[in-house]
Design a protein around this ligand. Structure first.
Ligand code: GLN
Length: 562
């Protein structure tokens, strides 16, 4: 039940999905968040994931894409990245609930005897736990509107307790306070030459079976959803025709989605149902950002050398941060995805020849490490801007130790436990850790920057607060030796013990951080390290082009003279 006045004033929007997965529910929810925020409301977005893992931190990126880390150290679903990028909200561990957490809590309570001898059941105990989380978020945040996306597809067995909890919740807060949006697929069948509404009808029927009648249907489609199709969906799904909203693939950038949905009046319809006033959203700065993304003056190629390169979602926040930094530099960032395992010594030159900057992202395990070391060496020796993130910083350290500080056996104990020169080693606090889940060094930690370094120049600040997710660290026993060989320690933990950023001063841009700056980049607040990196890549490209032009002029002169 609602616990105080605050949760009674808050409005609740629930976003479900039907027909197939991967419909972009997260982006749709985030885009609605943008529109409501730009209308002046305080919005909090959250995700409920029906799987049994307590959090996605233990899942492979091959299964689940990127693990998005919050300030408080929560390892969450990548949709929370969209939520933070599309709104000004800073989320917490309360904003990603999984069945694993729900059952963990219920079982803890049962063991403590909190249920006073009752039989513990999905209804009411599991559903109460889910509802309690929504009320808790309403109470603790001062949000006007809470948007909750439910992972999975309507009809999934594990999603049922969540949907039943939402049905009860909507009943408790009463009409006008809860709104259901169902995202569905309207496929085009070429043999029939038309869009088909039957999957949508069946998916809504499934929701209604549970007792939920959606107020708005968002139709994902490759083609325009014409009036007759909307009317059909309206008639058979019991929603007004104007609440059947077309949601086609956006032409250039995901950041266009709020604009398209606004044209379709999604925010107006939602606010009408929730009794919120009509306010025109202020989308000026958002539109300016999109214009810079769509039509920039320049272009750079950034090579991302990783292990999960073929997966669209594994380095999502990095790709987004590059887009933001590109817009800040009036420049399109073309990402060349390079598989570290396929980067042999024979073809490094050829594969990295056309890039203007090299980024090595985070990762775990030794697969592809030799390829990453080769790439780091190539960037260091050829003066190509290099940006290392987490594992990318550890790789840069190993490569520098091997090839510059002349410690040819240098390694990380993650890859070789008995290496003679463990320049990267297990964090002290990790030595006693035995369980895998939520046990890394996680979340926002303060880092002090050294004056007269590139990092200091870019951040324009002596202290920064960045999100972490790692078990291994730069081994301080090697600090003096590596510094003597020319490495700059540009950032450390406030007590000076943990190395957070390394740089090479005598290089156009060689910077690597132990933390994950990509989690703090937003469209109109690009991360300074990404902005500096893209600027350096652009400067190199311009420099190389100038150099090539001069070379060909000299050659032509020589030919004419002879
Ligand atoms: N595997 C490395 C560590 O645990 C790097 C982690 C990362 O890149 N997120 O320290």
């Amino acid at each position: 039940m609602p616990t105080d006045n605050k949760s009674m004033q808050t409005k609740f929007i629930f976003v479900t999905g039907g027909v197939v997965s991967s419909l972009g529910k997260g982006l749709a929810a985030a885009s609605l968040g943008t529109l409501l925020e730009k209308r002046g409301h305080k919005v909090v977005l959250q995700k409920f994931d029906p799987y049994l893992n307590v959090d996605p931190g233990t899942m492979s990126p091959f299964q689940h894409g990127e693990v998005y880390v919050l300030d408080d150290g929560a390892e969450t679903d990548l949709d929370l990245g969209h939520y933070e990028r599309f709104t000004s909200g800073v989320l917490s561990k309360l904003n990603n609930l999984t069945s694993g957490q729900v059952y963990e809590n219920v079982i803890k309570k049962e063991r403590r005897g909190d249920y006073l001898g009752k039989t513990v059941q999905v209804i009411p105990h599991v559903t109460n736990e889910i509802k309690a989380r929504i009320y808790e978020v309403a109470e603790k945040s001062d949000a006007d509107i809470i948007i909750t996306e439910i992972g999975g597809t309507v009809g999934d067995i594990e999603g049922l307790p969540f949907l039943e909890a939402l049905r009860q919740f909507a009943h408790e807060v009463g009409p006008g306070n809860a709104l259901f949006i169902h995202v569905t697929l309207v496929p085009y069948i070429s043999a029939a030459g038309e869009l088909k509404t039957k999957p949508t009808q069946q998916s809504i029927a499934k929701l209604r079976e549970i007792g939920i009648q959606p107020h708005i249907i968002l139709c994902r489609s490759e083609f325009p959803v014409e009036k007759d199709v909307r009317e059909k969906i309206s008639m058979f799904c019991n929603v007004p025709a104007e609440a059947v909203i077309e949601c086609r693939d956006v032409p250039h950038s995901i950041y266009e989605l709020p604009l398209f949905l606004h044209e379709e009046k999604l925010d107006d319809i939602a606010c009408n149902i929730l009794g919120l006033p009509h306010i025109e959203p202020d989308l000026d700065s958002w539109k300016k950002f999109i214009n810079r993304v769509i039509d920039p003056a320049h272009e750079v190629r950034i090579g991302v050398v990783g292990k999960y390169i073929e997966l669209q979602d594994a380095y999502k926040s990095i790709y987004e941060a590059l887009t933001h930094a590109g817009a800040a530099n009036d420049c399109r960032v073309i990402v060349e995805r390079i598989d570290a395992e396929k980067l042999d010594s024979s073809d490094v030159e050829e594969k990295l020849d056309s890039i203007d900057g090299l980024l090595i992202p985070g990762g775990f395990g030794d697969r592809g490490i030799e390829g990453k070391l080769r790439a780091a060496e190539f960037a260091r020796t050829r003066g190509i801007p290099y940006f290392g993130i987490c594992l990318g910083m550890q790789v840069a350290t190993i490569e520098f130790a091997r090839n510059v500080a002349k410690l040819p056996t240098a390694n990380s104990t993650e890859f070789d436990q008995s290496t003679d020169h463990p320049v990267i080693c297990l964090l002290e606090e990790q030595k006693s850790v035995t369980q895998k889940g939520a046990s890394m060094r996680l979340g926002a930690c303060i880092c002090d920057l050294k004056p007269d370094t590139r990092s200091y120049d870019l951040y324009k600040s002596a202290t920064i607060n960045e999100r972490h997710r790692h078990r291994f660290e730069f081994n301080s026993d090697y600090r003096e030796q590596l510094e003597a060989a020319g490495l700059t320690i540009a950032g450390t933990s406030p007590d000076g013990t943990l190395v957070e950023i390394i740089e090479i001063a005598d290089h156009p841009f060689y910077l690597a951080a132990q933390f994950h700056p990509e989690f703090l980049s937003k469209p109109n607040a690009p991360h300074p390290l990404f902005t500096g990196f893209v600027a350096a890549a652009l400067a190199r490209k311009v420099g190389v082009a100038k150099h090539k032009k001069e070379q060909s002029l000299t050659l032509r002169r020589k030919i004419t003279r002879s």
